[in-house]
Design a protein around this ligand. Sequence first.
Ligand code: FMN
Length: 191
Amino acid sequence: MAKIAILLGSVREGRQGIKAARFIKNKFEERKHEIFLADPLKYKLPLLEKKYAKYEEDKAPEAMKKLSKEFKEADGFIIVTAEYNHGPPAALKNMLDHFAQEYFFKPSAISSYTTGSFGGVRAAIQLRSILAELGMPTIPTMFPVPKIKEAFDEDGNPLDENYNRRIEKFVKEFEWYLEAFANQRKKGTPY
Ligand SMILES: Cc1cc2nc3c(=O)[nH]c(=O)nc-3n(C[C@H](O)[C@H](O)[C@H](O)COP(=O)(O)O)c2cc1C
């Protein structure tokens, strides 16, 4: 059992991304993992005026404290990203940038989606280098979802059965990396 934080990147009215996040959450919960959904609509963060680490003890906004605690406890991160003008959404980048040490020496995995046919892979590729810089390297397999409106219902149930099969490699690969990194962290980290 691992603790996994799912970071969702959209706060848009009528956002589709929550459906993909719920689908992925359900899949990992079925396998007995503990999931925290970092939803920027629920945990409203200011635009980055000051990183969490720069606040004096206990002075940070509650949402920031909560996210920092959950991220610190997580064994890994799944980033569910839309593609806005070929890049990741601002709400996602803003949430990511508020934190740093919380992510170090843990793996991450990317799921991207769009209403169109390309599944957000252009944003996903940009995210890969951002996540590496944040100290949470990504697993090789991505989980892109094109035409998201046809993929899942509001609760994250697949409208197309193929998604149950398509996500298997993503799940099992991420589990392998979660365990490998957790074992290595037990021996200590360089900083
Ligand atoms: C500001 C903005 C930029 C977008 N840019 C792209 C894009 O570059 N490529 C694409 O395939 N879809 C693009 N779209 C369409 C999105 O894939 C679609 O609106 C999707 O539902 C966005 O995710 P969300 O509903 O979770 O916010 C864009 C949408 C918005 C609002």
